[in-house]
Ligand binder design. Structure first.
Ligand code: COA
Length: 443
């Protein structure tokens, strides 16, 4: 494949992700090390690209090495207890200076239109402010952490208002109390708290190293329940990813700040290069098996009664159940569809979503799955016989055809009394295969 074809293919393959991410809230965390890394320019460029694709962004930044440098330059130092910096009254102004400088550097970088970059000309409004109310960490084991703080409240209403205006939010590790005091919080934690408060679609940590298994390979996917407790102590982003997922964030990603394009690969390709942490999936799409027959009957029976679907006996369903794909949610079949191959074409039949679960793209998801299955069988087109749902299919790339356009074996099974409309959608793969025929009118 030459470069142009590869580019076209990549662009097409990305489009479902572009659509899925548009309008969603992503919280991105850049720690101070990431800000110092030579790849930061590419990360900024990718952040601007995400913004231009309609993703609503909140960027939280850390500043540990910058604070350290500021202290050294001023001949000061700070103490740590339990790996947490004690922000004394004396060093607080230096912390403010380091964080303030970093914040305005970031604002400048996000504003510069990125000349000579893919984002040249893209404009981005960046807003920072007192969105985080903080409280002191307090005295722990006799140690007074003074101006080291934790998040008390996130002003989600104000953040959402800014996001609605199309702005990108920039949040530093400094939070403010109602009495006007300043607290220096852990930015990794701030990011998780913000993501939870906003019920964000994604929380993305740009970290130094991805999460790796014993062989040194990146662990690409983890469900919260599978996280090994020993990993949590040593890897703060993972602990906070778990925290965030358990409190409603849909997915968290741990990706390397050192790798050019890591965020784009993670977000716009199937496999990505980082670690994705998600809640236990409670809804899944899968091939049906014999144990699903009662659930499928329950789902389709009301539509058979209304004449929208052709009646199928339990025996027929049992013998054909392997043609079905189902979406199961909490043990219930909420959506199904079947694929019956005929010579070089496949019939999509019995596409149903339970009325309580419609309008959430499950029909679309099943259609995509059936198309994928048809392609992998080498079929050239999908066709459907429908009495009530013509427009749904036409809006998804089907067009009207005549009876003689159907495979010969299917023509002989056409039920003239139902007078179904015939629609077809061409598929990309032009292979010819001979497949076994089922023996019923499947509409
Ligand atoms: C058609 C059906 C499977 C769609 O399931 P779904 O999970 O809601 O699918 P999606 O969420 O992907 O699509 C929903 C969209 O299709 C629209 N839609 C639903 N039925 C439609 C129809 N008959 N004609 C045109 N559009 C239709 C919805 O209004 C919604 O549009 P919107 O989100 O743009 O507002 C579902 O409505 C259904 O079970 N219908 C009854 C069974 C049926 O007719 N099956 C086809 C037999 S071949």
């Amino acid at each position: 494949m030459n470069d142009t074809h590869q580019h076209v293919k990549w662009f097409r393959d990305s489009s479902p992700y572009i659509n899925a991410h548009r309008g969603k809230v992503f919280v991105l965390h850049l720690d101070g090390e990431a800000m110092d890394h030579p790849n930061i320019g590419n990360i900024i460029s990718d952040i601007v690209l995400l913004h231009s694709l309609g993703v609503r962004l909140v960027v939280v930044h850390g500043a540990a090495p910058q604070i350290e440098r500021q202290l050294t330059a001023s001949g000061a130092s700070s103490e740590f207890a339990n790996k947490v910096r004690i922000t004394t009254r004396e060093i607080l102004p230096l912390v403010q200076q380091a964080v303030g400088t970093l914040r305005s550097d970031l604002e400048a970088r996000l504003s510069m239109g990125l000349v000579n970059s893919p984002q040249h000309g893209a404009e981005m409004l960046v807003i920072s402010g007192n969105f985080i109310r903080a409280k002191p960490l307090g005295v722990i084991d006799g140690v007074d952490y003074q101006h080291t703080g934790v998040v008390r409240k996130v002003n989600t209403k104000a953040i959402r208002q800014q996001l609605d205006l199309g702005a990108t939010l920039l949040i530093s590790p400094l939070g403010y109390s109602l009495s006007g005091e300043i607290f220096n919080a852990n930015s990794t934690q701030v990011a998780a708290e913000v993501a939870v408060a906003l019920a964000a679609e994604k929380l993305i940590y740009f970290t130094g190293k991805g999460l790796r298994d014993a062989n040194g390979d990146v662990i690409s996917e983890l469900q919260v329940n599978d996280i090994d407790e020993s990993q949590l102590d040593t890897y703060a982003p993972l602990r906070l990813a778990k925290f965030a997922c358990q409190r409603g964030v849909v997915r968290c990603h741990l990706i390397s700040y050192a790798e050019d394009g890591a965020a784009l690969e993670e977000l716009f390709t199937r496999d990505g290069t980082g670690t994705q942490v998600s809640r236990v999936s409670y809804e899944q799409i899968r091939q049906a098996s014999a144990r699903d027959v009662p659930g499928i009957i329950e789902l389709i029976a009301p539509l058979e009664d209304q004449g929208i679907l052709v009646r199928r006996s339990r025996e027929l369903l049992e013998s054909e159940v392997e043609h079905f794909t189902v979406i199961e949610r909490d043990g219930m079949i909420v959506s199904c569809a079947a694929l019956y191959p005929f010579e070089t074409k496949g019939e999509l039949a019995c596409l149903v979503t339970h009325p309580d679960y419609r309008d959430n793209d499950r029909g679309e998801l099943l259609l995509a799955s059936i198309e994928q299955q048809a392609r992998s069988l080498g079929l050239q087109a999908l066709f459907v016989l429908t009495t009530h749902t013509t427009h749904w299919f036409v809006e998804r790339g089907f067009h009207p055809v005549q009876l003689q356009d159907l495979p010969a074996a299917r023509q002989t099974m056409y039920n003239y009394q139902r007078n179904s409309k015939l629609l077809e959608k061409p598929l990309a793969t032009p292979l010819r295969v001979k497949l076994p025929q089922p023996g019923a009118d499947n509409a």
